[in-house]
Design a protein around this ligand. Structure first.
Ligand code: GLN
Length: 292
């Protein structure tokens, strides 16, 4: 007997009804949509295949029901299914790093805008690489580029490495665990330095959605008392990390533009652009050395 035969089978209709009710009770937004997506992934179907199924069809229920309980406890959808789309890539995710966010794609757009020659053999550094999403998305756009991703958490560096392999980019990406600047021993310079650092002020962590607050790694979120700790380090080390003409592109949180501009000025950096995300919030800051 296969594992499938021992499983509880139920109709799609019934599972969607039960799933929607459970997620609604748990206060998950868009419960019907999420129940449907969870069932689609649990059955291993594409969106089109799911649409083609009859609501009365009987399908294996056990995996869906266990995923449903995890989602009802506000575990992020991507941690449950194990993957998340970012830019052109499908990346593995785990509790070792943040789930890649659509807002962060704003940084990739900035790199493309400020380095329009996509044939260049750009050198790229990603500080706090997490899943590797930023470095890998940039490398995917510049076929001759290479880069280094660094994360303080060795599990994140390992995840980023497996994503480099999964994306066919491992030959051009090195993922290292360590302190941002120490891992490089201060010797290398880069055409592009990207970072989505932790930037939530410590006292605001409690106000985040339960998906983020209770499930994502606090080290990737907590930016210290004013949320700016990481930018102090980043702005200070950026001038010595940039190759001549190089750019830094950093993600910022809501309301952090003015403070970032001050830190940049003090470090001898010019803010050459601030790009809003799809919600209109200033999200990506592009910097150059003032003397470049
Ligand atoms: N944008 C993320 C959030 O609010 C925070 C990411 C970060 O601190 N880098 O969930």
């Amino acid at each position: 007997m296969t594992a499938d035969n021992t499983q509880n089978h139920q109709s799609i209709e019934r599972l969607l009804q039960a799933g929607t009710r459970r997620l609604e009770e748990a206060g998950v937004e868009s419960p019907r949509r999420e129940a449907r997506l969870l069932l689609q992934h649990a059955l291993g179907l594409s969106a089109e295949q799911m649409l083609a199924r009859s609501a009365r069809e009987s399908v294996p229920a056990s995996l869906f029901l266990s995923w449903l309980e995890r989602r009802a406890r506000h575990e992020p959808f991507a941690y449950i299914t194990g993957s998340k789309g970012f830019w052109s890539l499908d990346l593995a995710v785990s509790g070792a790093s943040l789930v890649p966010r659509a807002d962060t794609e704003t940084l990739v757009e900035c790199v493309l805008e400020h380095c329009p020659d996509q044939t260049r053999a750009l050198s790229v550094l990603d500080l706090g690489t997490g899943s590797g999403c930023l470095l890998l998305a940039v490398l995917a756009e510049y076929p001759a580029a290479w880069g280094i991703g660094i994360d303080i958490n060795p599990k994140a560096a390992a995840l980023a490495r497996s994503n480099a392999e999964r994306s066919g980019l491992a030959g051009r990406a090195a993922m290292l665990a360590g302190e941002w600047t120490q891992a490089l021993a201060g010797h290398a310079r880069f055409d592009v330095v990207v970072s989505n650092p932790p930037y939530i002020p410590t006292q605001d962590l409690d106000t985040l959605m339960p998906e983020v607050r209770e499930h994502e790694p606090v080290a990737a979120l907590d930016g210290g008392a004013d949320g700016l700790d990481a930018y102090r380090v980043l702005c200070q080390c950026l001038p010595s990390l940039l190759a001549p003409g190089g750019i830094g592109v950093f993600e910022i949180g809501i309301g952090q533009e003015t403070a970032l501009r001050d830190l940049a000025r003090q470090a001898g950096l010019n803010v050459v652009a601030v790009q809003p995300d799809l919600g209109g919030i200033p999200r990506a800051v592009v910097l150059r050395a003032a003397d470049a």
